[in-house]
Design a protein around this ligand. Structure first.
Ligand code: MN
Length: 254
């Protein structure tokens, strides 16, 4: 099995290293990730400029590929033939923050896995629900282990076509996990605030600031599962059609 490991935090992010090391226990691993942080960049296809790719070395001495493109660009380049050996599954992460509810539309981690599924390759995204304001290095060991369990499961049991597997892991030790829960997307509560400032020449500039998002605790959702200490596994699809509203819209009188 050939596993492509990518992320949106950059090729030297510790979450990527932990994931790559866990994936090596399952098969042959190629690491191909952006050369900078693309968090919250969403689904990107770079068309207006050339992309460069080069080899680099991870902190454990293993080799990896990196580009100046987005996470989804890395996956596209790899699957279009930059990586010669056929890829069986793309695993993205481990992101240092949860990707739940509406986050999935912003997430470079999740959209990298989506890019794989668009190309007919299995895609799994893994994110860690680290505590807000955590100081020091994060412990990725539980999330890397969870990634291994999920990828093993996907490769053995297969996946319905078009499914993107979005995994979120509570920040707990492995033996503290309550279990694995199949969930639906919950509701994020964003607490964004406009931070408007003046540059030295008196011109305004803006930051999207505010506190980290919270969420609505609801049973059966990604947020609810994390809150209860379970690994959340949400099967996502790229078909965003709201089928329930189609009949209502068909009544529109043009
Ligand atoms: Mn990220």
């Amino acid at each position: 099995m050939h596993i492509l490991v990518t992320n949106d935090d950059g090729v030297q992010a510790p979450g990527l290293l932990a994931l790559a090391q866990a994936m090596r226990e399952l098969g042959n691993v190629t690491v191909f990730a952006p050369d900078k942080n693309w968090s919250a960049s969403g689904h990107v296809k770079t068309l207006e400029r050339p992309l460069r790719a080069k080899e680099t070395t991870l902190a454990d001495g293993t080799s990896a590929f990196t580009t100046d493109g987005a996470p989804s660009d890395c996956v596209a380049l790899a699957l279009l033939g930059l990586i010669k050996e056929p890829i069986d599954i793309v695993v993205s992460g481990v992101n240092p923050h949860a990707n739940i509810g509406h986050d999935v539309t912003y997430s470079g981690t999740v959209t990298a896995a989506m890019e794989a599924v668009i190309s007919g390759v299995r895609g799994v995204a893994i994110s860690l629900d680290s505590p807000e304001g955590h100081k020091g290095a994060l412990d990725y060991s539980t999330s890397a282990w969870v990634g291994k369990q999920v990828v093993h499961q996907v490769m053995n049991d297969g996946l319905p076509e078009g499914v993107v597997v979005n995994v979120n892991v509570p920040y707990l030790k492995q033996n503290e996990l309550k279990g694995f829960m199949i969930t639906r997307q919950g509701l994020r509560v964003y607490r964004d605030l406009l931070d408007s400032r003046l540059d030295p020449r008196g011109k305004p500039y803006y930051w999207i600031g505010g506190d980290a998002p919270s969420g609505v605790v609801e049973e059966g959702t990604d947020f609810g599962a994390l809150h209860a200490g379970y690994v959340s596994i949400t099967p996502l699809q790229l078909d965003l059609t709201n089928y329930k509203s189609m009949d209502a819209l068909k009544k529109w009188n043009f």
